[in-house]
Design a protein around this ligand. Structure first.
Ligand code: CA
Ligand code: CA
Ligand code: CA
Length: 322
């Protein structure tokens, strides 16, 4: 514990310039997840946006205007839409089927950065009641002595738990386990995710700070319609299907997870089942029948998506087979 504190102290001081975190998309050790990955089993179902000014330091600055709120939740479908938040602007995205804290990353945020170094960043907060929000502990190791200009470069290896760490079409993933436990937060029933633009100026008057008290230095100023964080969408990796009202009359559970050899299905109804691998390829196609258990001993170890259809409803669940 003390070691970790010391380590964090060292990281947050300007003496140490170690690049502590994952590198850009496509590089070894990156945590970036391609939008086309089949780990994404859902997308936000609603959004409200509060735009920030194009330049917070300019009196009566116009607000950012690029895109519409709906454009900021389309990551899964149209792919290219964005809503620009402006300096300090925010968006709250909602999820009809709650996000749950499954194994590893639980969701990923998409921005439209056009390169691995033009990175506009945002804080990420979650809520299970729409009222009490809890922020992912964020960290920026970027220097804070020279302002990064409007089209300046950020090294993503200095950045942790801030959305926008990766270029367009690669999600920055978040693991709900990183947020300290709190009685007002049910990590298995996340219904709201809030994205808050990091302003990026190093002027303490308007600066945004990470969880260690460091100013976060990123492209500033961005005094145009698309100023600030450009939200493209939030892809869901782990879902709380028990909260899915599609299944209130006939709730379905697949267990255990992780599993080996056999997975149990607790349904009295007939169902059909598709099992996809991580690339989206179907590895098992089981016709409609009454399944109490599914044999998986013939499937290689890895992460799979199970799609169970019964009574014309679909349930999708990520399962690790080992
Ligand atoms: Ca998790
Ligand atoms: Ca910004
Ligand atoms: Ca922007």
């Amino acid at each position: 514990m003390i070691k970790k504190l010391l380590y964090n102290l060292l990281l947050s001081s300007s003496i140490i310039t170690a690049q502590s975190y994952a590198p850009p998309a496509d590089q070894a050790g990156s945590t970036a997840i391609a939008k086309s990955s089949s780990v994404f089993i859902g997308w936000a179902t609603g959004i409200t946006v509060v735009r920030g000014p194009q330049d917070i330091a300019v009196p009566n600055s116009p607000l950012a205007t690029a895109g519409t709120p709906a454009d900021g939740m389309k990551g899964g479908t149209s792919g290219t839409g964005i809503v620009s938040l402006g300096d300090g602007g925010s968006a709250v995205l909602t999820f009809d089927t709650p996000i749950s804290n499954g194994s590893g990353f639980d969701f990923a945020v998409f921005e439209n950065g056009f390169s691995d170094t033009f990175l506009e960043l945002a804080f990420v907060e979650v809520s299970s009641d729409g009222i009490n929000f809890f922020r992912f502990p964020s960290h920026s190791e970027t220097q804070t002595t020279t302002q990064i200009g409007g089209f300046g470069a950020v090294d993503c290896r200095y950045i942790n738990n801030l959305a926008g760490k990766y270029r367009a079409n690669f999600g920055t993933p978040f693991d709900l386990s990183d947020i300290p436990d709190n009685a007002l937060l049910d990590k298995n029933k996340i219904t709201h995710v809030k994205i808050i633009d990091v302003i990026g100026t190093i002027d303490p008057l308007y600066a945004s700070y990470d969880s260690f008290g460091n100013i976060i230095n990123e492209p500033y100023s961005t005094p145009f319609a698309s100023g600030g964080f450009d939200l493209n969408g939030i892809g869901v990796i782990n879902q709380n299907t028990l909260g899915n009202e599609n299944f209130t009359s006939e709730s379905v559970t697949l267990y255990p997870n992780p599993a080996s050899d056999i997975i149990h299905l607790n349904s009295k109804e007939e169902s059909s089942i598709l099992i996809y691998d991580i690339t989206g390829k179907i590895v098992k196609d089981l016709p409609k029948s009454n399944y109490g258990e599914i044999t998986i001993s013939d499937i290689n170890s890895g992460t799979y998506i199970f799609e169970v259809t019964l009574l014309d409803k679909k349930m999708v669940k990520k399962i690790i087979i080992n």
